[in-house]
Design a protein around this ligand. Structure first.
Ligand SMILES: C[S@@+](CC[C@H](N)C(=O)[O-])C[C@H]1O[C@@H](n2cnc3c(N)ncnc32)[C@H](O)[C@@H]1O
Length: 415
């Protein structure tokens, strides 16, 4: 039997097993999505992926043992790399972890008569699931990567799916194609684009990773209510790669630390994913944190930085649980995080599901706790607009940065 024949006969049990794994992770999920996971061959849309081994990227394809098993594992797979401005390979596209993708589709309560727009085609797998369930006529998907779109179109066609695909900046939505019942974004945005707002049908729903700074945000499910979008964050955190401004690798900002100007101690864990909600709340300060990583001989020091050159280094805890902190630059970035952390503790340590977002017709982004009338944010009394110049923040937040010789730190569960 040739390898091609072998794949042709052996992918289906693996796809069934993947659907079973997704079902186990999401016990009350709409069964139609499990049928789509079992029916659409992921290996056709992901014929090759990239893995990091000992710091170097290697490609894995059908010639490599284990390729097919890996493709049908419930895990994200890196599918496109591009050299960044400093020559390093950067991840620009991936096939999202299937259980996460299905969780998002399920949260959108999609039914057979809906038209759906996806922002971030990537491999086309999610578009394939949508086509399987709704028919190609009901699916549009856009990506800023022209080559990604061409590959997804060709591969989907071999499976008999012909959705409307286009290479464009997804922040424009899909101009000229009417309004959509559902919009799903698989890249994060620091603000909900006006075009999505306008292209969402009455009573429509929109799901996006709303991320206002590095690792600072999560999935928010917005319902169109009149001329505003409103809804809560999903209970379980997930993170997507940031929206890109062009079909290039994102630039990384770098702010070499100057001399420390302030020293203090903290008992708060500096890992964003030790407590993602206060990390998010801290980013309401302007400017948000754009760099996070580790440095020191054993990568034991946590370093955070902001686009204005402010930075902080936090040492590991001593036997009393105290961590020495050094801060430099114009603003006390660590102090801002501690204030947000204290506020979060005072609120009873709310999880994501207690946070909500309203986007007004004018484009204001209002965050709230439990109810839209309980606005949050620095200085909020009744209705607090997220402070700071939104356009400037949007620009900064789409440029994840790192400071100095640090090890990249990726939160578990990012797509
Ligand atoms: C996590 S991947 C998408 C995964 C995809 N849904 C799948 O199932 O394979 C995120 C995608 O967002 C795309 N993207 C980034 N910036 C974009 C933009 N401005 N407009 C449209 N797509 C963008 C990336 O090129 C990348 O393919």
């Amino acid at each position: 039997m040739t390898q091609t024949d072998e794949v042709a006969t052996s992918w289906q049990p693996r796809a069934d097993a993947l659907a079973a794994a997704v079902a186990a992770a999401l016990p009350s999920v709409d069964l139609a999505w499990l049928a789509a996971v079992a029916a659409v061959p992921r290996h056709v849309l992901v014929p090759r992926f990239h893995e990091q081994r000992r710091g170097a990227w290697i490609s894995v394809d059908r010639d490599d043992p284990g390729w097919l098993d890996a493709v049908y594992r419930d895990a994200p797979l890196v599918t496109a790399l591009m050299p960044g401005p400093n020559g390093r390979q950067e991840v620009v596209s991936s096939s999202t972890k299937p259980a996460l993708m299905v969780r998002m589709l399920d949260a959108l309560a999609i039914t057979e008569e809906h038209r759906v727009l996806e922002i971030g085609t990537g491999t086309g797998l999610n578009a394939g699931w949508l086509c399987h369930r709704l028919g190609s006529h009901a699916v549009s998907s856009v990506d800023i990567g022209a080559e990604l779109v061409d590959l997804a179109r060709a591969r989907l066609a071999t499976l008999g799916y012909r959705p409307d695909l286009a290479a464009l900046d997804g922040r424009r939505g899909r101009p000229g194609h009417g309004r959509f019942d559902r919009i799903i974004a698989t890249c994060s945005v620091p603000e909900v684009p006006r075009d999505w707002h306008q292209q969402l049908a009455d009573d429509g729903r929109l799901l996006v990773d709303y991320k206002i700074g590095l690792h600072a945000g999560s999935l928010v499910l917005l319902h169109r209510r009149g001329d505003r979008l409103e809804g809560r964050f999903l209970p379980k955190w997930a993170g997507f790669m940031p929206v890109r401004d062009a079909d290039t690798a994102p630039a990384r900002s770098s702010h070499p630390p100057g001399p420390a100007r302030r020293e203090s101690h903290t008992r708060v864990d500096p890992d964003p994913w030790a407590a993602l909600v206060p990390w998010f709340l801290a980013q309401l300060a302007d400017p948000p944190i754009t760099g996070f990583g580790r440095c020191g001989p054993d990568l034991e020091i946590t370093r955070i930085s902001a686009a204005d050159g402010s930075w902080a280094e936090i040492d590991p805890a001593d036997s009393n649980g105290d961590r020495p902190v050094r801060e430099g630059g114009p603003r006390r970035v660590w102090a801002a995080f501690e204030v947000a952390h204290q506020q979060w503790v005072a609120w009873g340590r709310p999880g994501w599901e207690r946070l909500g977002l309203t986007v007004t017709a004018a484009g204001e982004h209002l965050l709230w706790l439990d109810t839209p009338t309980a606005a949050i944010g620095p200085g909020a009394t009744t209705a607090a607009v997220v402070p700071g110049a939104r356009s400037a923040r949007a620009e900064r937040a789409s440029r994840p940065g790192r400071t100095g010789p640090i090890s990249p730190a990726t939160p578990p569960g990012s797509a």
